[in-house]
Design a protein around this ligand. Structure first.
Ligand SMILES: NC(=O)c1ccc[n+]([C@@H]2O[C@H](COP(=O)([O-])OP(=O)(O)OC[C@H]3O[C@@H](n4cnc5c(N)ncnc54)[C@H](OP(=O)(O)O)[C@@H]3O)[C@@H](O)[C@H]2O)c1
Length: 270
């Protein structure tokens, strides 16, 4: 992927899952990378591994401990990183947490945490970086989900955060054109990462059955499609045939989507 050679890429959530897989590919394509996350041990392990994949002595890999949901922390750390590492050509907002349960089981605190990390986290990093990025152009990529396009049983808080990212990205795309900047939003189906294992713990049976409709994608495939979509400057990146089919079906025939999902819920309920 020659496109990424010499580019400076910031990735929130780059210490695990889709973000980590993207780091690996970017490192072997010659990009300079900064990864952000909360857990220092995970960041260090990811950095050490990514460093083994660099292809040129000019390439630097840098890590920064940062909680995207804390806007004060984000402003401080982004200012420090841009001084040390330079302004990114590409920002990938992949940091996020998952949660699935019946709405009545989700406490206010859990609901708030998901929205704060997934949605405000995306907002906070962009708000902190925009003053630098808008001076030279660049590309902002927000990781939403298929669950940001279709709301299903069990995902009230997660889907709300991911729908918000899509609306936010649509507005931002239009606004940032005047700075010669691009915005993309990535909407993968279920991907095989630590988040998926964590979500399985609280997911209702009905939710598991519904999620299986679009299949489980490998993190490697998701990251490959993400990076190809960025290179082509696509706004909406929806990976996989089944995901595209469900998205199109929801757009063209939302009633049919409701009928299909309601039927699956009826057949799988306890
Ligand atoms: N896996 C799926 O099925 C799937 C499907 C569609 C969309 N997505 C989206 O894809 C993105 C990546 O998910 P993944 O599956 O790769 O999950 P993952 O393996 O659990 O990775 C999540 C990453 O986000 C970081 N993170 C979480 N909260 C953070 C915070 N407050 N501040 C900074 N970093 C934080 C984590 O590091 P720390 O915990 O150390 O902070 C980790 O590096 C998420 O936005 C997720 O919603 C995932």
């Amino acid at each position: 992927m020659k496109y990424y050679q010499g580019k400076c890429v910031y990735i929130t959530g780059g210490s695990s899952g889709i973000g980590l897989e993207a780091d690996r590919m970017l490192a072997s394509s010659g990009a300079r990378i900064v990864i952000f996350g909360r857990d220092l041990k995970k960041l260090e392990a990811a950095c050490n591994e990514i460093e083994t994949r660099v292809v040129s002595p000019q390439q630097r890999i840098f890590k920064m401990q940062m909680d995207v949901s804390d806007h004060v922390d984000v402003e401080k750390k982004i200012t420090a990183v841009t001084k040390e590492f330079g302004v990114p050509d590409i920002l990938i907002n992949s940091a996020g947490i998952g949660h699935a349960d019946y709405f009545e089981n989700i406490t206010y605190e859990k609901f708030n945490e998901v929205i704060l990390i997934n949605f405000y986290g995306t907002r906070n990093v962009i708000a902190a970086l925009l003053p630098y990025m808008k001076q030279r152009g660049g590309h902002i990529v927000n990781v939403s989900s298929m669950l940001g396009l279709i709301g299903i049983f069990g995902y009230t808080t997660y889907s709300a955060s991911k729908f918000a990212i899509i609306g936010f990205s649509e507005c931002l795309r239009s606004e940032l054109k005047r700075y010669d900047m691009h915005v993309s939003v990535f909407c993968p189906p279920e991907v095989d990462t630590p988040m998926t294992d964590y979500m399985a713990g609280s997911s209702p049976r009905e939710t598991r059955a519904l999620v299986r409709m679009t299949g489980l994608m490998s993190a490697e495939k998701a990251a490959r499609i993400l990076l190809a979509g960025i290179r082509r400057k696509k706004f909406l990146i929806v990976p996989g045939f089944l995901s595209k089919w469900f998205y199109l079906n929801k757009k063209l025939n939302p009633a049919l989507t409701r009928i299909i999902t309601d039927m699956i819920v009826t057949f799988t309920k306890q």
